[in-house]
Structures are given as C-alpha cells and as structure tokens.
Design a protein around this ligand. Structure first.
Ligand code: FES
Length: 129
C-alpha cells in the first residue's frame, strides 16, 4: 500500500490505485475538488515534494497549460496512488472562503484517462531554463 505523506501533516497508507484526491479527503484533508474531479477547476492542485508521477492524463495537461500551471502543480483528481508520494495540498476549505469542497469525485479517474508522459517540473531557480 502506497504511503502518502503531507508536508508538516503526517502520513497514511492508501489502497493501491486510489485517486489521490479521494485518498486525501478520506484521510481528513479538506482539499477542494470544486468540479467533482473532472480536470476542470484546478482546485484539487497539489505541490509535489517527492514522488511526482512521471505520467499524467491529457486532460490534466490541457487544464494546467490553460491556467499557466504546467510544471508547477499537479491535479490530485488525475493521479492514482501507485507509489509513495509527499505532497502539499494547496486549496483547502480551511484556507479558502468556500463552505464545501465540491461534489465528491468518482472512484475512477474522470474523464476517461489518456495517459501521456508528464513534462519535467519547472526548476524554481532557473524558471525551467
Ligand atoms: S480539477 Fe477540479 S477537482 Fe480536480
């Protein structure tokens, strides 16, 4: 079972293949998922400290590109827990002005995933150059 670690917030183990957004929510993390896990809103974004997946869904890439976030954050609704990861959930009920996280995402990734290689993370020291 993969171990999910939250920077400054402990760790827990989750069933192999669990959607990361659900793994976080079901372990008490008040992460937002305002579009219901459909790669539309980016509120489920996480920063990776360790274990960033080397693949992503096309839907995730398109949404992050459209928001200028590609290489900086990942969408937890588009990630499966298949190895150990350390993350920082960015948008939470407790640090936002919304009253609920959003519709609960389905157990499987939506839309139906088309997997592609993830671009390398942007190097914060060089701006990716
Ligand atoms: S992009 Fe909306 S919940 Fe993931």
């Amino acid at each position: 079972m993969p171990e999910i670690t939250l920077k400054d917030d402990g760790s827990f183990r989750v069933p192999e293949g669990r959607r990361l957004v659900l793994a976080l929510e079901d372990n008490g993390i008040d992460i937002l998922h305002r579009c219901g896990g459909n790669a539309k809103c980016t509120t489920c974004r996480v920063q990776f400290i360790r274990g960033e997946p080397t693949r992503m869904t096309e839907a995730e890439k398109e949404r992050l590109e459209a928001r200028g976030l590609l290489g900086e954050v990942r969408l937890s609704c588009q990630i499966l827990c298949d190895h150990d990861m350390t993350v920082v959930p960015v948008n939470r009920i407790s640090n936002s002005d919304v009253e609920d996280a959003g519709p609960r995402p389905a157990d499987t990734i939506t839309p139906t995933p088309i997997w592609i290689d993830a671009p390398p993370p942007v190097d914060s020291d060089t701006g990716g150059k």
